[in-house]
Write a protein of this length. Structure first.
Length: 291
């Protein structure tokens, strides 16, 4: 399924590429953690505007026992698949990429771990490929109220369009972000990893890999049916929702298979604020006996 593209390793991870057969060309850029001889235990999906490397410090401690694959969604990080924001109505394109990865993954069914948009995309993909999914760990997934307010994500979209796109260097971007705005609760190592793969080199310095237009389109494209996918879910799922400002508008699951837990003292960035709780959830979901 995937081929190593470098020997860049730290803590047991290596960069890989995944060809999902997109007719427009390009590939998904991925980070593989853990023993290469072990069947894949879990796929990890990042939030809108982020990249796989942002979750390195979360995942590295699991690499001694689990085989994990985290990839950059189209329009993010080092992935080179086309990302046209025009006319998008939902996240079916993001979910379809995950389905393509699942279809190319050998071995037993895998655990899907997703944060925010990544969690919702995992839920949509599990609805389409239940036989390839063992269970799910969803980290503050975007699950809107039954009757969401019109334009509920417009402020986030406008903010994405106004975000500064170019800096003289990654160091300058890091200095600008540290301790400010949405990044104020992020550990330095997480922020440095976000910046490392969140920018691409250009003639004027470095530019955001995820453009403001693409990030904004993800906020606005809410036509998918996450609640319907959750109701139809035939696999166990644990939802860890933020204690403050959660994007998951659920307090309990629609069935006994879905557990919803609010993690006190966390925001939407709970994977970085409560990493031990998240790691424990991944270990429990992905580490047990598999059929």
């Amino acid at each position: 399924m995937a081929q190593a593209t470098s020997v860049e390793r730290a803590g047991g991870w290596v960069r890989e590429t995944i060809d999902i057969g997109d007719p427009a060309g390009g590939h998904l850029a991925a980070l593989a953690f853990g023993p290469r001889e072990r069947p894949l235990d879990a796929l990890v999906l990042h939030a809108n505007g982020f990249n796989a490397l942002t979750y390195r410090t979360l995942l590295e401690p699991l690499a001694a026992d689990l085989r994990l694959l985290a990839y950059d969604h189209r329009g993010h990080g080092r992935t080179t698949l086309p990302a046209d924001p025009e006319g998008r109505r939902d996240w079916t394109d993001i979910a379809a990429d995950l389905v393509a990865v699942l279809d190319r993954t050998g071995g037993p069914p895998v655990t899907l771990v997703g944060h925010s948009m990544g969690g919702t995309s995992a839920l949509l993909a599990a609805d389409l490929r239940p036989a390839r999914v063992r269970n799910l760990v969803l980290l503050d997934p975007v699950i809107l109220p039954p009757e969401p307010r019109p334009g509920g994500h417009s402020a986030l979209a406008e903010g994405a369009l106004r975000r500064r796109a170019t800096f003289a260097s990654r160091g300058a971007a890091l200095a600008s972000y540290r301790g400010r705005g949405a990044f104020r609760t992020w550990p330095d190592a997480v922020l440095a990893d976000y910046v490392a793969d969140g920018f691409r080199d250009g003639p004027e310095g470095v530019t955001l890999a995820c453009t403001g237009a693409w990030e904004a389109s993800n906020y606005r494209a809410q036509g998918h049916d996450a609640r319907g996918a959750l109701r139809r879910l035939s696999r166990p799922a644990l939802i860890l929702r933020a204690g403050q400002g959660s994007t998951c508008h659920l307090t309990e699951g629609p069935s006994a298979a879905v557990t919803v837990e609010t993690v006190p003292g966390t925001t939407h960035f709970l994977p970085f604020e409560a990493p031990e709780r998240v790691r424990a959830a991944i270990r429990e979901a992905a580490g047990g006996p598999r059929s």
